[in-house]
Design a protein around this ligand. Structure first.
Ligand SMILES: [Ca+2]
Ligand SMILES: [Ca+2]
Ligand SMILES: [Ca+2]
Length: 110
């Protein structure tokens, strides 16, 4: 059966905000940069450029980098309307280990 791609939900990455303040699950100095020893909350916004709403949206963060420890990889988004966008409704949490150096870039595996 052929599927008309115009009638699908289609999610794209929109933006990521790194939260390293001392509120909620994050632990850090609040300068907006990842520093060693900090626990970072990520607000990852997705947008739906498809023509129907995306339902039961969920995301899983992964990395192969041993210098970061993923404390909470999964987040639920619920429904993202067509041409709308949404942020994760619960925490995505990553701890930066002491093995990291200033300026290092953490590759995302997916
Ligand atoms: Ca926070
Ligand atoms: Ca920081
Ligand atoms: Ca979570």
């Amino acid at each position: 059966m052929a599927v008309d791609p115009g009638l699908q939900a289609w999610l794209e990455w929109d933006s990521t905000i790194l939260d390293d303040d001392g509120e909620g699950a994050s632990v850090g100095d609040g300068d907006g940069m990842a520093d060693r020893g900090e626990s970072l909350q990520f607000v990852v916004r997705l947008r739906n450029i498809g023509h129907v709403a995306a339902e039961n949206v969920a995301a899983v963060l992964s990395t192969d980098d041993p210098r970061v420890e993923i404390l909470d990889a999964e987040a639920a988004y619920g429904v993202i309307d067509s041409m709308g966008n949404g942020a994760n409704g619960d925490d995505i949490l990553v701890r930066v280990t002491d093995a990291i150096s200033d300026g290092d870039v953490i590759p995302s595996a997916s």
